[in-house]
Write a protein that binds this ligand. Structure first.
Ligand code: ADP
Ligand code: MG
Length: 570
């Protein structure tokens, strides 16, 4: 047996580890299972290339609770470590990693603690929940097993062990104030959160499996059962496969695997798969956006090599796409940095624009392949597309080919089609194209009716951000102006009907005008009597377009984020 002192610059690292990662104690399990996975994959590699002369077999990782002894065990069948390797990898390398981590982040607890807590600590994160940690490990090399023990001070013991099977067992002696990690429910929750898609099967206890009844079984014979390993993960999730290997039903079932509580089907999916100039795989789903009850809960999940990192992808995918669901897996996203640094990072920018392009391409191909179906989905996806058009220039350009403008009668035009349709009939005195739209079919019913009577197209634009989008469209299309059907600009367009106006005597007109002026707040509206040719509308009240727009913008605008769209995540 040998004892030693871990070479420390920071006097006692363990209280520090505990203190600085107060909010993220649970990540210890992910770190230890990641190490077990690495050790197993390394063995696979070594046997593949003929370096390790052992049987790889079907290794699993096992997590076990020993409640009486207050112990949690993580056991793998990977490469293991010799005594010298424990000295090197645990006492020196792992420790220096932890030390560096503490040095770097000891002053930063606020803003970035969440994401930082996810990375960089490795093996020593075990001391967040344990007051003593043991490693019993046997290398694949023909050498005796080693047993390392450390009680949280920089002192450790290292001796030979009688372990005969290859691999590593980590024993955590759980501290008295962390006993939740001895609860089956808690460990199940963590395994499902962080390890659901890790590449090596993870066993946690046993479960009862029902077998098919034998052929000669009687009606009320019970089906036979057997006890099998309870494997908590799917080591081959859909996103790790090639798109050509997958059918629509595979994408649908993976969606349910990701969001077991989500009963609505996604509208469509986008498979991401690139290995140059960065590595990224993933599957994104467009959910129905009309029912936004679950948006906040079910978010895009970020993985690195099948290990869950976070479901806060802010700064990694463009903001308008954070409303989607699914998985992104990339080892190329630096995570031990702040969000603001992340946004400025070159690789992350490339990733973000790749994702934007893939989403735009997918929308375009859906539009081209089946326009009718795309139109049906429009209401459920428009908010994402319109928001993307507003916030990402590249997306705005691409969206010109598939963004739709529905009319009150249920036809859908692209912007080009719309302009073409109205170019002869809807121009004002400056020869600008006037696009009429309504934001509420019921409220603006009579305005819509009179515009339609004149043969005009009336769009139905009712998204909360539409006034911003209109402004953008006007600024990029010089000869186009939008007017809501109850806006005053419509005066320039609607031809006056001299016949009709003569139906009122001068005196009647005067009375009506006085009445209206007294009734309507004239600081907001102006009163002008004009004859209408629809008998349903003895008169219409219009509001200056610019006044209403200012109000709309104030309502939906203001402080940053998603244009104050209250029903969306920020
Ligand atoms: P990292 O995983 O980033 O290298 P860790 O602190 O998690 O850092 O682990 C340090 C080192 O200890 C690993 O690189 C590995 O060599 C060794 N190690 C940790 N856990 C195991 C294990 N279960 N089996 C074999 N080696 C391990
Ligand atoms: Mg590690």
């Amino acid at each position: 047996m040998s004892t030693g002192t871990i070479n420390v610059a920071v006097e006692n690292i363990f209280p520090l580890i505990k203190k600085f990662l107060y909010s993220d104690h649970e990540i210890f399990l992910r770190e230890l299972i990641s190490n077990a996975t690495d050790a197993t994959l390394k063995l696979k590699h070594l046997t593949n290339i003929g370096e390790a002369n052992v049987e790889y077999g079907n290794p699993i990782i096992e997590v076990k609770i020993d409640k009486d002894k207050k112990q949690l065990h993580i056991i793998d069948q990977g490469i293991g470590m010799t005594k010298e390797e424990v000295e090197k990898y645990i006492n020196e390398i792992a420790f220096s990693g932890a030390e560096e981590f503490i040095e770097k982040y000891k002053d930063k607890q606020g803003e970035d603690a969440g994401i930082i807590g996810h990375f960089g600590l490795g093996f020593y994160s075990a001391f967040m929940v344990a007051n003593k940690v043991e490693i019993i490990t046997k290398s694949y090399k023909d050498e005796p097993a080693a047993h390392w023990t450390c009680d949280g001070s920089p002192n450790y013991t290292l001796e030979e062990s009688s372990k005969t099977e290859r691999g590593t067992e980590i024993i955590l002696h759980i501290s008295d104030d962390e006993t939740e990690f001895l609860e089956k429910g808690k460990i199940t929750e963590l395994l499902t959160k962080y390890n659901k898609f890790m590449p090596i099967p993870i066993k946690f206890g046993m479960k009862t499996e029902t077998l098919p009844k034998p052929e000669d079984a009687k009606e009320d014979d019970k089906a036979p059962t057997q006890e099998v390993d309870n494997i908590i993960n799917n080591p081959n999730p859909a996103w790790t496969k090639q798109p050509t290997e997958l059918e629509e039903k595979d994408y649908a079932s993976f969606y349910r695997e990701l969001y077991p509580m989500q009963f609505e089907e996604p509208l469509f999916n986008i498979h991401l798969n690139v290995d140059y100039p960065f590595n990224l795989t993933g599957i994104l789903y467009f959910p129905k956006m009309t029912n936004d009850m679950n948006i906040q809960k079910d978010k895009i999940q970020l993985y690195q090599n099948q290990v869950f990192v976070t479901d806060n992808v802010e700064g990694i995918v463009p903001e308008f796409l954070t409303m989607l669901r699914g998985v992104i897996d990339s080892p190329d996203i630096p995570l031990n940095v702040s969000r603001s640094y992340l946004q400025a990072d070159g690789a992350v920018k490339k990733i973000s624009s790749y994702i934007t392009r893939k989403v735009a391409d997918k929308l375009k191909s859906l539009f081209n392949e089946n326009r009718e179906d795309f139109e049906k989905k429009w209401d459920d996806i428009k908010i994402v597309i319109e928001y993307g058009m507003l916030t990402e220039e590249k997306f705005y350009e691409k969206a010109q080919s598939f963004a739709l403008f529905p009319t009150v009668d249920g036809s859908y035009f692209t912007f080009e089609e719309l302009k073409d349709k109205i170019k002869d009939s809807q121009t004002d005195k400056d020869d600008k194209l006037v696009i009429l739209y309504a934001s509420d079919k019921d409220e603006q019913h009579s305005y819509i009716q009179s515009a339609k009577d004149k043969g005009y197209e009336v769009l139905l634009l009712d998204s909360p951000i539409i006034s911003h989008l209109i402004q953008k469209l006007e600024s990029t299309n010089e000869n186009v102006t939008f007017t809501r059907v109850d806006g005053d600009h419509i005066d320039n367009l609607i031809k006056k009907d001299e016949e009709a106006i003569s139906k009122l005597s001068e005196e009647e007109k005067e009375t009506l005008k006085t009445f209206l002026t007294d009734t309507i707040p004239t600081e907001k509206f102006s009163v002008q009597l004009e004859a209408m040719d629809s008998s349903a509308n003895p008169f219409i009240i219009t509001e200056p377009e610019f006044m209403r727009r200012m109000k709309d913008m104030q309502k939906s605008g203001g402080g940053g984020g998603m244009f104050g769209m209250g029903n969306m995540p920020d």
